[in-house]
Design a protein around this ligand. Structure first.
Ligand SMILES: *Cc1c(COP(=O)(O)O)cnc(C)c1O
Length: 377
């Protein structure tokens, strides 16, 4: 479907010329407003950002004003965040930690296996840990499941019990609580069901610090549908008991809306009756539609015959949007929305050695003035 999100006018290309395309345009003003609204909906809850969704420093600087800390998934992300925000609280998680990652300087380490914990204990290094649990909680509608079955993420309750036993009788490695990131693509009521189950489990262990993960739903089919942060915040406030520290670490739902991938049509052709528009760039810049199997949403265009929008790669997988009813001609500018998370940074940039896109930032200070605020990297 064609979303009727506000049409970024030609000027909302930020004064980019056709030669500047393809390009990513990040609206830092809208990111600032969105993050402030999310923060306000979650009183008393610690808000971390999952850096893997988009580690762009310009975005991190805006987000940092609204966050309690960062969640990182590798030594690379840790060094990146430490370089930008030396004193910020950081949690590090992820399966398969190297020694450098396991022994890194972090506020919280999310332990993913008894093997990791044994290595940590053997090192003699102090650490504050959360044990990552993979609990079986039946929830409908998750788009990606990290838990609730045999996956490499976290530990089942048997693994957690093994860790609790390993931690007994020493105080170098301090058990602070439980971490759970069980699914992604969930709406607020479903995430609250998960939260209730995780909290109940943590309480049976006598643990009062609980990281409930990320996974807040975004809809590429309906870009105007937003995760209900107010409902989620109110629900968490009801679930939380005095003395408990609740933390969340969203990624996608924080940054997805602030980015657009802007390009232009190089060729229009009909093959065996189907209409194709070939744009500059492609899924090596914006891999999201190929990985998620969706049509990337578009800023409004005039209606027309269904056209499949493809990139320049020599693979049939290089499809950005499938049979969208819009009118496109050579030279037209196409703006893909919802390209602020798991977009550029998950893409296979070097395949075919096409040029990289430009990066442009509409600064918070420039909110409302469409052209002036664009900063070039
Ligand atoms: C990826 C990830 C997140 C963020 O997930 P989103 O779906 O982007 O909100 C949070 N926590 C962990 C452990 C993750 O791996």
């Amino acid at each position: 479907m064609i979303p009727d999100t506000p049409v970024p006018s030609a000027s909302a290309m930020g004064g980019l010329t056709p030669d500047d395309l393809p390009a990513y345009v990040y609206d830092l003003a809208s990111l600032d407003g969105h993050a402030a609204a999310v923060r306000a909906a979650l009183p008393g809850i610690e808000l971390y950002y999952a850096v893997k969704a988009n580690p762009d420093p310009e975005l991190l600087r805006v987000l940092a004003r609204h966050l309690d800390g960062f969640e990182v998934s590798s030594g690379g992300e840790l060094a990146h965040v430490r370089g930008l925000f030396p004193g910020a609280p950081v949690s590090l998680g992820g399966p398969g930690k190297t020694d450098a990652e396991l022994f890194g300087d972090v506020t919280r380490l999310h332990v993913e296996s008894p093997g990791e914990l044994r290595r940590l204990l053997a090192s003699g290094r102090p650490a504050d840990v959360l044990l990552r649990v993979n609990l079986y909680v039946p929830v409908a509608g998750a788009s990606l499941a990290m838990g609730g079955g045999a996956t490499p993420f976290g530990m089942d309750p048997g693994g957690i019990a093994e860790c609790v036993a390993l931690l007994a009788g020493q105080d170098t490695v301090r058990l602070r609580g439980i971490h759970a990131h069980l699914a992604s693509g969930l709406d607020a009521p479903a995430l609250l069901e998960l939260a209730a189950a995780v909290l109940e489990y943590a309480r049976t262990l006598g643990l009062s610090e609980i990281n409930l993960g990320g996974g807040m739903a975004v809809s590429y089919a309906d870009p105007d549908a937003r995760f209900d942060w107010r409902c989620y915040g109110e629900g968490l406030a009801r679930l939380r008991r005095p003395g408990e520290v609740l933390r969340i670490e969203p990624g996608r739902a924080l940054t997805v809306y602030c980015g657009r991938y802007v390009t232009r049509v190089i060729d229009v052709k009909r093959v065996h009756g189907e209409l194709f528009a070939v744009v500059a760039g492609g899924t090596h810049h914006l891999r999201t539609p190929a990985t998620k199997g969706h049509s990337q949403p578009l800023a409004a265009l005039p209606p027309g015959e269904p056209v499949t929008i493809v990139g320049q790669l020599c693979t049939p997988k290089d499809v950005l949007a499938h049979r969208v009813p819009v009118s496109l001609a050579v030279g037209d500018v196409v703006q893909f929305t919802m390209a602020g998370a798991y977009a550029w940074n998950i893409s296979h940039h070097d395949f075919l050695m096409h040029p990289k896109p430009g990066f442009h930032y509409l600064s918070p200070e420039a909110a409302g003035q469409e052209i002036g605020g664009v900063g070039r990297r």
